[in-house]
Design a protein around this ligand. Structure first.
Ligand code: SF4
Length: 694
């Protein structure tokens, strides 16, 4: 029992971890945060939370936090603590020098889905209005960029169609490439409640997650596919629905392009997409595929929930399109209990994409080639905006290695740890003349930095996060920034040092500017958020109270668009040297690369990344349970502890990626999604052998 004393005041704010976006009451005594209590009026969580979010405040006061700006001439020099004004002058001089020498396209930014909407908006504005290029990208590149592409193409906008309440009206759920128990615990509780009440579940996953056979919950079907074959499975489901006449013709005729549907129906009806043919590609029994398709088509309200097991593939965008096709095919769009629902990994993946942090899109998903849209921004910002897309993260790193990209401002993102092919990331960073890292801790990327701007935690700033259901939640300042400035102020100071005349005095002014420039945010303001608690975009004159369900009358693009989904096997192949397929996931207690959760005191968090391996594969290699093993791929190798389990199939191994000593991304490949460059984290050919230790 911990004695915390009586709190003197409390502040309502939003969890900074996953895309559920739980509201919390931060209880304070003096300047000390004594407890985080889930807020019962929070519309995303209704008084619930998970252990990770409840103790999230711990890292904010961890001794590893850097509280002074630092600079150094070369990455081989020791860091020098300097004042904020000296750091700004140093950083601006370096960046201006690079632009003078190598041109305005030689610099760029990477921002994080952990930052607020207002911070993200300012960072992309810095790129477009100060650096004068479109070289802005976000860590959503490496997680949900295929969602943006796939849902944009089929439905017309990059967003989940439902609110979380919708799950209470669902009759049958397809859960594909997601493990909500560990990744989105509060949503998982609502899903489980609905399943216990009788809704049916179809799990599509190479691993037997707990929802397949958990206590009191049994999935009707587990389509345990070979990693990398999502597209084939989704197309086989559509094949059964079309060839057995189970599709919703009236919905398709009314809401979708009928000609495109006919082309699609002809494509999926081909015998090469039959369950029998698909079994050979995916390992999923044909009768399971057929039964799952019939259940989804006939089972009432059908909803699809998916995660990074869909997107982080060379065909991630194709699978998202296939899921949207399935929803339209069965008429499962535009009412409670249905829809296509990406479960966003980080707190503000949705928001960082909404705010224009992709190199081809201005805020509100509008292409930089659109003259009318650029005009609106140009007249408010008083600059000329490039009409060509800028560089994506992997393009920046490639260009750095080639010597044409020289300067990077990296806010809230540890690309050395989180991006694929660590050696290549390191080579790109080492080749730059100025790397500015803006973060709470000296992360791995900071080893290659020349400037370090200390960041503020979510407790030390005002702003908004947008969760997986498009809900814009307020983040409220609970305490003063320990290092002096909120992150949006740091970005503004840097822009001013570069010559900009920005003069925001509060994030609400930034939101007002976002609302002025972005039709889907036109009705959003801090005043409205105070009154309503939160609001789901689109929020504008047409929907002043926001939009819980999308596409209720028509799709954002007009008619829903069916697109054929040809399965193309990944180039990552197993062979005699690397005969197993590695896939990855998360555990409940850790968050991404663990920079925050590893710095939060809690005895249950003394975990480590382990390698799950099937008993058959372990025996073949002489691997014992709990023994250290070497995990090697064509890219590199690491060592971690083996856990023998039949949760994975023979031929498949699985690990998490939370600990820097494991360095899972040393072994991942540089293959990526054909449309968005989202890395193929979920499929790597590997070999496992006994080892003496790390
Ligand atoms: Fe809620 Fe996710 Fe935070 Fe847990 S980590 S409290 S589920 S937002």
């Amino acid at each position: 029992i911990i004695e915390i004393g009586t709190p003197e005041r409390s502040v309502i704010t939003t969890c900074a971890y996953c895309g559920v976006g739980c509201s919390f009451k931060a209880e304070m005594r003096g300047d000390e945060l004594v407890r985080m209590v889930p807020y019962k009026h929070g519309k995303a969580n209704r008084g619930h939370s998970c252990v990770k979010g409840r103790f999230a405040y711990g890292y904010a006061s961890h001794k590893d936090r850097i509280l002074s700006p630092m600079v150094r001439d070369s990455i081989n020099d020791p860091w020098q603590e300097v004042s904020w004004s000296e750091a700004m002058e140093f950083a601006a001089n370096r960046m201006k020098g690079i632009i003078d020498k190598h041109g305005r396209h030689s610099v760029g930014v990477i921002t994080s889905s952990r930052c607020t909407n207002e911070e993200t908006y300012l960072v992309q504005k810095l790129t477009r209005a100060v650096f004068m290029n479109n070289n802005t990208d976000t860590c959503a590149r490496v997680c949900h960029s295929p969602t943006g592409y796939g849902l944009g193409q089929t439905f017309g906008t990059s967003a989940g169609t439902q609110d979380f309440d919708s799950v209470e009206h669902t009759d049958v759920v397809i859960l594909i490439g997601a493990n909500p128990t560990d990744g989105h615990p509060v949503f998982a509780s609502r899903l489980k409640k609905r399943l216990r009440a009788g809704a049916k579940l179809i799990v599509v996953d190479p691993r037997r997650i707990d929802l397949v056979d958990g206590p009191h919950i049994k999935a009707s079907h587990h389509l345990q596919l070979t990693p990398g074959t999502n597209v084939a499975v989704v197309t086989a489901l559509a094949h059964t629905i079309v060839t057995e006449g189970l599709f919703n013709e009236s919905f398709i005729r009314e809401r979708c392009d009928w000609d495109e549907f006919q082309d699609y129906a002809e494509f999926v009806s081909d015998p090469r997409h039959s369950p029998e043919a698909t079994q050979l590609l995916t390992g999923v029994p044909a009768e399971e595929l057929r039964a799952a398709a019939r259940l989804f088509a006939r089972g009432g309200n059908g909803a699809v929930y998916y995660g990074l097991g869909v997107t982080e593939h060379s065909q991630g965008s194709t699978t998202v399109i296939g899921i949207a096709n399935l929803a339209m095919l069965t008429g499962n769009v535009g009412r409670p209990g249905v829809g296509v629902n990406p479960l966003r990994g980080q707190n503000n993946v949705q928001g960082s994409c909404d705010m224009g942090s992709f190199p081809h899109e201005l805020p509100g998903y509008r292409h930089v080639k659109n003259d009318a849209v650029r005009d609106v921004f140009e007249s408010l910002w008083g600059v000329k905006i490039d009409n060509e897309p800028g560089l994506r993260i992997p393009n920046m790193l490639d260009a750095a290695v080639e010597g044409t990209f020289k300067g990077l401002y990296c806010q809230g993102e540890d690309i050395l740890q989180s991006d694929p092919d660590t050696k290549h990331v390191a080579a790109g960073l080492a080749a730059m003349d100025c790397v500015i890292v803006h973060d709470l801790f000296l992360n791995e990327t900071a080893n290659y930095a020349h400037v370090f701007f200390p960041g503020s935690s979510f407790l030390e700033k005002d702003g908004t996060f947008t969760n997986a259901e498009r809900r814009i939640n307020r983040v409220r300042k609970v305490m003063a920034p320990k290092q002096g400035y909120a992150d949006w102020e740091v970005t503004q100071m840097f822009a001013q040092a570069m010559g900009a005349n920005w003069a925001y005095t509060h994030p609400s002014q930034i939101m007002d500017e976002i609302a002025m420039l972005t039709p889907s945010f036109a009705g959003v303001s801090y005043e409205k958020l105070e009154t309503m608690g939160s609001v789901q975009w689109p929020c504008n004159d047409l929907a002043p109270e926001g939009t819980p369900l999308m596409h209720t009358q028509g799709f954002v693009r007009g008619k829903g668009k069916f697109i054929v989904t040809e399965y193309i096997a990944t180039d990552e192949k197993t062979g005699p040297r690397f005969p197993l397929l590695l896939t990855t996931g998360r555990i409940l207690s850790q968050y991404n690369v663990g920079a925050q959760t590893r710095r939060t005191d809690n005895v249950v968090w003394h975990d480590q990344d382990v390698l799950e391996i099937h008993p058959h594969d372990a025996e073949l290699r002489g691997v014992r349970d709990g023994q250290f093993v070497k995990l090697a791929s064509r890219s590199g190798e690491t060592a971690l502890m083996a856990k023998i389990t039949d949760r994975v199939s023979p031929g498949v191994v699985y690990t998490t990626f939370h600990h820097p000593d494991t360095q899972a991304n040393v072994i991942t490949t540089d293959f990526s999604d054909w449309a968005t460059n989202c890395p193929e984290y979920k499929v790597t050919a590997v070999q496992v052998s006994p080892s003496n230790g790390p």
